[in-house]
Design a protein around this ligand. Sequence first.
Ligand code: A2P
Length: 226
Amino acid sequence: MIGLPKTEDQKRPIMRAYSIASPAWDDKLEFYSIKVEDGPLTSRLQGIELGDTVLLGRKPVGTLVLDALLPGKRLWMFSTGTGFAPFASLVRDPETYERYDEVIVTHTCREAGELEYSQRLVSDLINDPLVGEMVVREDGTPRLKLITSLTRENHSLKGRITTLIESGKLFEEAGTPALNPETDRVMICGSKAMIDDTAALVETFGLKEGSNSQPAEFVVEKSFVG
Ligand code: A2P
């Protein structure tokens, strides 16, 4: 939960659930948010300056953790909008590459500008001192791939993640076979509707939802703040 100190006309501070976008090992915390012009929190949050106070909940919670997944060959991370945030953390974590040979992140947004953060973050990873060497194989082929699609503007790949999975276009683009419970693990983060629809689709391939106490083939997390 993050928020800002209450203003004079507020009874209590406004707090919202955010995903931590920085990796687990980092000594800085990074968050990824949209800016809502008249939003109670983000209208103010976007104006913070160095030295301002930001409130932070004491206890982080979440279900998008590698421990809730069984070992496998390939890890898929399906995100829409700011649902990319938890994957911004995981793609910078060496443990992700220690557990999976191939990591494919998808990011679907309405418009091109919303893809800037994910595209920059992933393309800069090759120069990262910690995971730079993990994101490519010795023969130069990528172990980490970012597949982007847009739903309301032209782009090389168009359409919702659900449409791309159903049509098989996603697997064509990734150069992989379709989802298979033997080899593939999936994490999903986006709006409630996106999660429900994508999870239902993933289940049709035979993957089951996992938890820390009972790891399985996929996990989901709602990105609470739009
Ligand atoms: P679309 O433009 O077709 O609604 P939002 O900002 O509404 O969360 O949307 C972010 C992205 O997620 C958009 O590209 C949107 O596509 C897509 N999206 C919205 N709802 C779903 C859903 N139920 N399943 C898959 N993708 C979705």
